[in-house]
Design a protein around this ligand. Structure first.
Ligand SMILES: Cc1cc2nc3c(=O)[nH]c(=O)nc-3n(C[C@H](O)[C@H](O)[C@H](O)COP(=O)(O)OP(=O)(O)OC[C@H]3O[C@@H](n4cnc5c(N)ncnc54)[C@H](O)[C@@H]3O)c2cc1C
Length: 424
């Protein structure tokens, strides 16, 4: 099989990248699971936007401060300046953000000094991603293959010529492409407790390490302070930061507050871990009771229902919460147009690191960052477009990949460990 542009992953980054190519380019998107199973569908809180010029400096400063000033200021500027255009695009795809009459209704989350987050109930990610998916499916030039897992890159020295992968029955296939875009999301599947889908195991990162494509900030891993505490297996259920933005408070086992709930995520997580250690408990409590009942039911219907299903009525009682792995700030090192250090290879979304988030991501910046830099990848590819000199399909040897899951996990975890040690 060969194609003009191959995109690996169909979260917001992969889909929006595909939709920004002209219709005379053949785009093939492959995804490891069914299309709906991406973290993009899970985003609850919302998506940041520059409300008006008066908020530019505060938005910039909040992003930098949350990132401990290790962010790339140019990337932050690009993200903020491009935000209004991206939101206009989303609306043109049919995405519905909450409004007060004709005007957008903005919410606030931890570490934001002003309300600048657009949302759709507590399912903003689903609202955005489902519309992008629908649009991609309606384009004749875009083909989507589900349940196809990339396991290798096809490389000739420092040039990427496509990928090798397998379907759900274990049939291996090579796909060549003039340009390959990696949009494989985060690494939560490598951790015991994570809010991410279990199949998101950072496969693109493992391949970057294997082929010496530059990577960055491997140990910048965000822990979300508030996921619902449970003894059940599987993905942890997130209790969005915006509940704290709207007034929810954290309590210890005596029902006392012990921290400022609106500090950045890493600071709040640290305070919770310290509290758990002091009390010898496995969780702390989060009370949504200060939020008016109608506000809980209209703004957070999904959280309300999920907690009810788990036996907690959040309008009346606190819920047990614990921090979990949530987001990866590091990734494949890319420039301002999402280009990696390998020719014809791009990386977008959570799998890439353009430096927007620094050491710690500001809430609701990742959908925006994924969209902005996915669009920039397509424009760069379009601008420089030329065909591979040789797109011969290589011979695929499935026996090479017998233990790839364990090998790739080990590659990533040891790279994280190495980077951690270099900071000690
Ligand atoms: C519970 C939760 C709540 C969140 N809330 C917010 C929020 O309110 N606001 C915000 O801005 N951000 C939020 N985030 C973060 C945000 O959702 C993600 O960072 C963003 O959606 C990442 O998009 P993506 O396209 O890079 O990856 P994803 O949406 O995760 O998509 C990755 C894709 O890659 C595919 N894939 C992976 N490996 C392979 C492989 N080997 N071969 C083929 N395909 C592969 C997957 O199947 C999937 O299609 C939240 C995240 C979670 C988990």
């Amino acid at each position: 099989m060969n194609t003009d542009i191959l995109i690996v992953g169909c979260g917001v980054a992969g889909l929006y990248c595909a939709l920004n190519f002209p219709e005379n380019r053949n785009i093939l998107i492959v995804t490891k699971n069914i299309a709906r199973k991406s973290d993009s569908y899970l985003a609850q809180g919302g998506i940041c936007v520059l409300r008006d010029e008066a908020d530019y400096n505060a938005f910039f400063e909040d992003t930098m401060k949350a990132g401990h000033y290790e962010n790339n200021p140019e990337s932050v500027d690009i993200m903020i300046r491009s935000s209004q255009g991206v939101i206009e695009d989303m609306v043109s795809f049919g995405v519905r953000f909450e409004k007060n009459g004709e005007a957008f209704n903005y919410t606030k989350e931890g570490a934001h000094s002003a309300p600048r987050i657009l949302f759709h109930e507590d399912e903003t990610g689903k609202e955005i991603t489902s519309h992008l998916l629908e649009a991609a499916k309606s384009r004749k030039n875009i083909t989507l293959i589900e349940n196809f897992t990339m396991v290798d890159l096809i490389c000739d020295e420092n040039e990427c010529r496509g990928i090798i992968g397998h379907d759900e029955d274990g049939n291996y296939k090579a796909i060549t492409a003039n340009y390959t875009v990696l949009a494989t999301g985060g690494i939560g599947g490598l951790f015991e407790h994570s809010t991410n889908y279990r199949h998101l195991t950072g496969d693109a990162l493992a391949l970057a390490i294997k082929y010496n494509v530059k990577i960055k900030h491997m140990d910048y891993i965000q822990i979300h302070p508030t996921t619902l505490y449970t003894k059940k297996d599987g993905r942890e259920f997130l209790i969005s930061e915006s509940v704290r933005g709207e007034g929810a408070i954290l309590l210890n086992s005596k029902g006392e507050r012990f921290t400022d709930e609106l500090k950045p995520r890493d600071v709040v997580s640290k305070a919770i871990f310290a509290q758990m250690e002091r009390e010898g408990t496995e969780h702390v409590w989060l009370s949504l009771v200060p939020i008016p009942e109608e506000e809980i039911k209209s703004h957070f219907p999904n959280i309300y229902q999920h907690c009810l299903d788990e036996g907690y009525d959040v309008t009346k009682e606190p819920i047990p919460v614990v921090p979990s792995q949530h987001y990866f700030m590091g990734g494949i090192d890319v420039n301002g147009f999402s280009k990696t250090s390998m020719d014809r290879l791009y990386a977008v979304g959570e799998t890439a690191c353009n430096g927007v988030h620094g050491r710690n991501r500001l809430a609701s910046n990742s959908l925006l960052e994924s969209l902005v830099f996915a669009k920039r990848a397509s424009s760069d590819i379009n601008l420089n477009y030329n065909s591979l000199k040789d797109n011969t399909l290589p011979e695929v040897k499935p026996e090479k990949y017998e233990n790839y899951r364990e090998e790739y996990k080990e590659l990533i975890l040891s790279s994280i460990e190495k980077e951690k040690q270099s900071h000690e």
